[in-house]
Design a protein around this ligand. Structure first.
Ligand code: SAM
Length: 226
């Protein structure tokens, strides 16, 4: 099943490439506002970098030395075309094709919610990030996945594959549900120090919300490796 959830973007990479710039701009702006540190010439890894819009911004706007990884071959192809250089590799968040202690900044945006488990991803971030390095994520809020559960009564704690309808209910996305404790786990607090946290529903009730309910659609944090 992991293959299906992580490779599904191969089916709609062109729509994803176009619509992320249409629907995800407010959350993108919030995420970028979390970069409250010097980025010039810093080596940055974007995990699950999609079609590379953010990598382009980290390179051209923030002046980082950018690298990426994504499970979808098609997303990687579009990202490398966009960058004009082969800086994005096909691979998994749970087995990063990069060396130990090789990055100053590791980010993952609108992606961890789709990983089957969070801890293998955290272990890989901890491995490739330098001590004191920055770790930033934006991920779909577990509350949304709870509302998308179809088995009744809903069980917040049970991992299920839920279907998230994104981009104005156009694309059905299969994702693993998570709890807040998956993200703020013993492993996380042992290896990272959180500096800033925000929960938001910036991309708008019409576009991202389930049944018009008002709730945090995603959260963002910035942490540092201890
Ligand atoms: C919603 S897109 C986000 C893309 C980009 N980060 C952004 O914010 O626009 C999620 C991405 O995660 C990738 N992905 C899903 N599971 C993955 C995994 N286990 N390892 C690496 N990439 C994965 C998908 O191929 C897709 O490109």
């Amino acid at each position: 099943m992991k293959e299906i959830t992580s490779k599904q973007y191969n089916n709609w990479s062109e729509e994803h490439d176009r619509d992320t710039m249409k629907y995800d701009q407010l959350s993108r702006k919030s995420f970028y506002s979390f970069f409250k540190f010097e980025t010039n010439e810093k080596k940055l890894l974007d995990i699950a970098s999609g079609t590379g819009h953010d990598l382009q911004h980290y390179r051209d706007g923030m002046k980082c030395d950018v690298w990426g990884v994504d499970a979808s071959e098609k997303e990687v192809e579009i990202a490398n075309d966009r960058l004009g250089e082969d800086k994005v590799k096909v691979g998994y968040a749970e087995a990063l094709p990069y060396e130990d202690n090789s990055f100053d900044i590791v980010v993952s945006k609108y992606a961890p919610q789709g990983f089957e488990d969070i801890e293998p991803f955290y272990k890989e971030v901890n491995r490739v990030l330098k001590t004191g390095g920055y770790f930033l994520i934006l991920t779909t809020h577990p509350m949304r996945h709870f509302l998308e559960k179809t088995e009744k009564p809903r069980d917040y704690f049970k991992k299920e594959i839920v279907t998230s309808w994104i981009y104005n209910h156009m694309l059905p996305l299969q994702e693993y549900s998570h709890t807040m404790n998956d993200y703020f786990s013993d492993y996380f607090f042992k290896h990272f120090q959180i500096e800033e946290y925000l929960e938001e529903c910036n991309d708008g009730p019409v576009i991202e919300h389930v049944d018009g309910e008002n709730y945090p659609a995603y959260f963002i944090y910035r942490a540092r490796k201890k």
